[in-house]
Write a protein that binds this ligand. Structure first.
Ligand SMILES: [Zn+2]
Length: 311
């Protein structure tokens, strides 16, 4: 059965055409700045991919489920947007709208590195920290918005967060947090090796991880620091959920061992009862940056067959 999965992020709208679970085509458009144009941009993506029997949408932000109302998100314009209703009118096929973290988790648990586990956490580490919870083989959404642990309070009076609060976990563990550490270091050590390495480029999390890969010791130390702060938060999540596996996605999470190594060490050390239990495996996500779109498409297939209650 062919379906289309669409991932609406802060900068791009990515669409994939799926035959069963195989991606056969993909397209990318810029995210519209006007909330009123979001549904239209999904319609455009569906048109460019040639249409399908069902359409799923994952969107970065809070989504009321199963109604598919985009409540709010710090990176996509729009509030209380009835996206599922709008798309049903435009497309006339079964539609499902969920958060991009939930659709990515659906992909990971169905065909990615969470396959075969009943209890999984997906934690995305990129511009911020997002996540999704799988309990007993099904997504757990709380009343709709569960998994927003990037905004757990981590540091009282800490750095300003994109959400408007201060000291959230993602203010110390994210691409921008890594960039902020490097920016502070460079301004204090203008003649150091990291200043030279970063002199021709904007200081982003990616630039710092590249400097670390190139062997710069300071950059490596900063990546390790962010990995350790990431691990402390993971330890809290493991204490709450006791998952069988933690799957880590997102741009920074996907760089692998330089982040996950320190995260694992800190989490193993900080976990309560650490001497009497095993830390669950903490793995890199298997599906890369397309996971949100792929999961939305897989979810749409399930909804078309068995109804919205089945996902
Ligand atoms: Zn926050």
């Amino acid at each position: 059965m062919a379906s289309i999965g669409v991932d609406i992020g802060g900068t791009k709208v990515l669409g994939v055409l799926l035959e069963e679970s195989t991606v056969v085509r993909r397209v990318k458009l810029a995210t519209p700045s006007q909330p009123a144009d979001l549904a239209k941009s999904v319609e455009n993506v569906v048109g460019e991919l040639g249409g399908a029997d069902s359409v799923g949408v994952g969107i970065a932000g809070l989504v009321q489920f199963p109604e598919g109302v985009f409540a709010w998100g710090p990176h996509v314009a729009g509030t209380r947007l009835p996206l599922r209703d709008q798309l049903e009118e435009l497309l006339d096929v079964p539609i499902v709208v969920d958060s991009d973290a939930n659709t990515a988790a659906y992909a990971e648990m169905t065909i990615g590195n969470g396959r075969g586990y009943s209890n999984m956490l997906l934690v995305t580490l990129g511009t911020g920290i997002g996540g999704a919870i799988v309990i007993g083989g099904r997504l757990y959404r709380g009343d709709s918005f569960a998994g927003e642990w990037g905004h757990m309070l981590y540091q009282p009076n800490g750095r300003q967060c994109a959400c408007g609060k201060q000291g959230c976990w993602e203010t110390v563990a994210s691409g921008p947090a890594l960039a902020a550490l490097a920016t502070a270091f460079v301004s204090e050590n203008p003649s150091g090796s990291l200043s030279h390495l970063l002199s021709d480029t904007a200081i982003t999390g990616k630039a710092v991880t590249q400097a670390a890969d190139a062997g710069d010791e300071v950059a490596r130390g900063l990546v390790t620091q962010v990995g350790a702060d990431f691990g402390r938060g993971l330890c809290n999540l493991i204490a709450i959920f006791d998952p069988e596996v933690v799957v880590v996605g997102g741009g920074l999470g996907s760089i692998g061992e330089s982040i996950l190594g320190p995260a694992r060490r800190v989490a193993a050390d900080a976990l309560h009862g650490a001497a009497h239990r095993m830390l669950p495996p903490i793995l890199v996500a298997g599906l890369g940056p397309d996971a949100g779109a792929i999961g939305a498409g897989l979810m749409a297939q399930e909804v078309a067959e068995n109804g919205i209650e089945s996902v």
